[in-house]
Ligand binder design. Sequence first.
Ligand code: NAD
Length: 443
Amino acid sequence: MKIGVIGTGYVGLVTGTCFADSGNDVICVDIDEKKVQRMQNGEVPIYEPGLNRVFDRAIREKRLHFTTRIEEAFKESEIIFLCLPTPPGANGQADLSFVLDVANDLGDLFNKYPGYKVIVNKSTVPVGTADKVKEKIAQKTDTEFDVVSNPEFLREGAAVEDFMKPERVVVGTTSEKAADLMTTLYEPFVRSGNPIIIMDERSSELTKYAANAMLATKITFMNEIANVCEKVGANVDNVRRGIGTDTRIGKRFLFAGIGYGGSCFPKDVQAIHHTADEYGYEFKILDSVMKVNESQKVSIVDKMKLYYNGNLEGKTVGIWGLSFKPETDDIREAPSLYITEQLAKMGVSMKAYDPEAIETFKEASSDETLSKMQFVEDRDSVIDGVDALIICTEWNEFRRPDMDRFAEVMNEPVIFDGRNLYDLDRARDAGLTYISVGRPSVN
Ligand code: NAD
């Protein structure tokens, strides 16, 4: 099939590359000229495990092309995916301007190149957006077309695998013709029997928000259990194992930590809360989820203040991990941004390392914060001569360091671990002061 993809960020680039890999001809469009140039030169502009290999193959076989001109992607394509940003607006609602501006352009292009096409909203968009996009296009053209909702569930860090083997594909459309085309396109990805679930547009749009809000709630619930564990002297790891074996609860997404971040959970929780509000419904659970997560993100700073009796000025602290989760360079809404900002304000100097996210972190941080930070190229250089170490992201390479080295090279072997990476006994044996989340402190 001939496919157009508009917007080549984490979602668009993975979508375009994976569709090309399954034999389709794909043209991707982006307004970012530099990014397009890099992709035209065969370079993947983001860090995403496994993407390079599939991307290289698709380019070699000439099934994946890049352009800044939407017209080029439009004219031949049977299906056009909108993978555009939907950032939070002033009141937390999703900002639809990127999507609706492109819909407006599509209307003109339908006039120039008439003929049936399916326009697919792959961006996470509020209920009613398929109708809005349809309306925008229909204002400009009489050509037959359909607008379909097809939310994306990939996880950054595992995006290629998630796209290639989705647990389910959700397609929101009441048009049989569009449903048939979408089914044909996705069949190669669900050969092992996972479902393509066809439903109406509004339910499909809401499904994406319900999934992210449920996951954010699950994480937040465990973070609150961890906070209670700290008060009552229990260990959240034990509680997690105790409840995760109940199949109604499940083992995944039960790890306590310093809150959720990323480009999706924070904005999607806000957006569905806002939608509910617009329709006169107060989504109370999500009110709490947002509040708890705000404080959880900086809970490590509170623990540091307690440990140092409020006097952190002049300390030098190491930071392991900056990205919002491992296996990505994405820094959007990462707890590290908030922690480093607060520490910089308190006069703390920082030495930081992340395997992939140093550049994106620098772009997202203020000069004031950066002026207190030094970046190093490996994990071990971070801890030389620092007064404490903070672990913000659970990259694999942080899981099994030489535990004895902490006491050898740090000024004081104090670790504030936001991701619960170490066994408490191992930390004790290594002579550490080890303060983690929801578990007894080791002194
Ligand atoms: P992103 O910011 O990484 O990428 C968006 C891309 O669109 C950028 O490259 C930008 O230059 C481009 N763009 C902006 N305006 C354009 C225009 N007029 N024409 C062409 N290109 C344009 O965003 P993302 O993370 O890929 O997310 C896209 C959507 O998918 C969002 O709605 C997001 O909520 C949703 N989503 C994201 C993820 C994720 O893990 N990142 C997962 C599922 C769903």
